[in-house]
Design a protein around this ligand. Sequence first.
Ligand code: ZN
Length: 510
Amino acid sequence: MSEKLRELRHRLQEIDDLRAVYNLLNWDQQTHMPVGGAEARGRESALVARLEHEKFTDPEMGRLLDSLVHLEQERDYDDDDASLVRVTRRLYEHATRFPTAFWSHLFEHSSRTYEAWARARAEGDFSLVREHLEVTLELSLELAEFNRPWEHVMDGLTWDREYGTTASQVRRLFGELVDGIVPLVKEIAERPAPDDSFLRATWPRQEQLAFAADVVRDLGYDFDRGRLDTTRHPFASRLSRGDVRITTRVNEGDLRECLFSAIHEAGHAMYEQGVAENLAGTPLSRRGASHGMHESQSRLWENLVGRSKGFWEHRFSALRDAFPEQLAGVDAHTFYRAINRVEPGTIRLFADELTYNLHMIIRTELELDLLEGALAIRDLEEAWNAKYEAYLGVRPASASEGVLQDVHWYGGTIVLPAIIGGAFQGYALGNLIGAQLYAAAASERPALDEDIAAGRFEWLHGWLTEKVYRHGRKYLAPELVERATGSELSTAPYLAYVRRKFGEIYDIRV
Ligand code: ZN
């Protein structure tokens, strides 16, 4: 390894360690910290984030990267070192584009907006936050300007989490999804709903946690390099390659929250645990190819595996052993149908697997309209309600259940929330990518469904590690999809999957 490359890796390792410290502070804050620690923790986290940013944007880092750019020409695109220089250069270029004054202005504005939003939501009155959001939109457009060149202003805002996927692709894919899902949801609404009354029992906390831990261990989550705790808003957190933690939330009145949150976060964590050792300590080791790609893994394990018929054929007896009274008289098939009940509603957080995408698409389409100037903030609430009516057949009773339900736009910019993971589009893209990956895996291994129905997940976990996890952030999401599945991202595998699954549950000929 050349001296320069060694120097780059050394600097990146220190930055990665600062990120680990930041994540550890945050993990502690979300799981164990007493409320009294909040003020100091805010200060500590801000300090570590600032040190990390300063180290990364140090002009010496720029010079070092310039002196290594020749590796990109000399070596293969796939080469780890060439990829390290290519991706780090891209991140460095972006990180050094914004004047510090812009960021501090944006953050001040965000915290004022957040407070106004909390009041507006409590009162169900969008007008209380409307003017703040108008400024947010202006700042979002300004932020995008720093990221030129782009084809669409949205691309100037998704550079960090969805780089390589453009707004025009998203519009086309989401249009196809709407055309495919909306009629299916309408048909489902006319069929008798599966009985899920038995789910409204009391499910003791310890048994739920023990069951969830057993499930994620069997799926391939490595507890020697992780742990499971509880929190309010579940998340996964990579400290280092040897320590990727997950959290879940327990609701004793609803068995599904703890289990499916745990599987979801384990999907994220297995991605991070599977990154190749050679990429550890560099930007290639964190956050995967994109937010959508990351979400594809949480959703693949949660939905395509965890909510599948085969999975419950195998697992239901263990669940009934854990909850014999609550599940007396219930069989695996009844349980499978109950947890897959489709119920169009106004609240994203309660959405089922099928309608979930529509919630994300509605938000993304509104974002595009706002950014393009086709929609004004003063008309946003009505546009929101109209889309819910058109796509889901429901209308929010108040702004709290509608345009004010998510913090995202009120805690950062339109499209990119500062305080949470990624843009809305990433969740829907994740469902598409997950279905396409699963279909590719199944065509390589025709016995995949039988594996799942027998409780064997090693092959699938190994295939995903080989095709996706080990590459970390080396490739862009579209590149990785094409390499893993042989074709570019399409809605066909996802639409085929939901038609097959929900068509069977609801006895609809498709
Ligand atoms: Zn997720």
